[in-house]
Design a protein. Structure first.
Length: 256
């Protein structure tokens, strides 16, 4: 029976070895599980940090952009206020039939003096809206187009006043009414019939509507509205008409 102790010893050793292997395996599995869990937790924290940082960056950029848009709206409307004297000139010049008055002024120094007096306190540099020009990248295309059309039409009336002051012979031929008509029609397409009916002598009637349209668009910008395809198309037509007018060289430079 000497084999019994040996068998017992072998059996116990085997059992102990099995227990050790089982414990070791469980320990390894536990460590691997904890390691994976820790790594996943760390990566999750990194992802959350990146996500939080990205969202924070987006929010910050949007906040900065909105603040700049607010400044741009103030600059653009400030340009409208700056041009108020030119709007006053437009209202006064529009009282006269331009072709007939230009012919009469060419022969009548007293009539020229009348327009000299009309513009005595007027400074055409009010049309030089450099500060407002800085707003262009931050406003919608249609807002800029309304502003540019408004500025160009006021410049049109200032040009008329200067011609009447100087008494240029055939002064009426120096004004490009055709392209001014295109600008107003592009900016106010629903007024096309009235523009054709009344002609350039009544352009001043549309100045206030342009101003109001610009004001409404600036309010939409502050409300976070984006430009739609139709507004972008209309803005392109307005700016194209303005560029055609400037290419003619008939419009006094508003930067002067």
């Amino acid at each position: 029976m000497a084999w019994i102790p040996a068998l017992t010893t072998t059996t116990v050793f085997g059992l102990l070895l099995g227990v050790v292997i089982w414990l070791s395996r469980n320990l390894i599995i536990t460590r691997l599980t904890n390691s994976v869990r820790d790594e996943l937790g760390s990566k999750q924290k990194q992802i959350e940090a990146l996500r939080s940082g990205a969202l924070s960056g987006i929010v910050n950029r949007q906040s900065v952009l909105y603040q700049r848009q607010i400044s741009a709206v103030e600059q653009l409307w400030g340009g409208i206020l700056q041009m108020a004297p030119a709007k006053g000139i437009a209202t006064q010049v529009a009282l006269f039939k331009f072709e007939n008055t230009a012919k009469a002024a060419a022969e009548n120094p007293q009539l020229q003096q009348l327009f000299e007096t009309m513009g005595a306190q007027f400074d055409k540099s009010c049309l030089r809206t450099l500060e407002a020009n800085k707003s262009r990248p931050f406003v919608t295309p249609i807002a800029w187009a309304y502003f540019y059309a408004y500025q160009t039409i006021l410049g049109h009336y200032v040009a008329k006043m200067l011609i009447l002051q100087q008494g240029f012979r055939d002064g009426a031929k120096l004004i490009d009414h055709e392209n001014i008509t295109k600008i107003i029609k592009a900016a106010l397409p629903h007024q096309s019939e009235n523009i054709d009916r009344f002609g350039h002598e009544m352009f001043n009637l549309f100045i206030d509507e342009l101003e109001n349209n610009l004001l409404l668009e600036l309010r939409r910008i502050l409300e976070g509205s984006e430009a739609n395809d139709e507004n972008v198309r209309q803005a392109s037509q307005i700016l194209k008409a303005v560029e055609e007018l400037q290419a003619q060289g008939d419009q006094p430079d508003s930067e002067a």
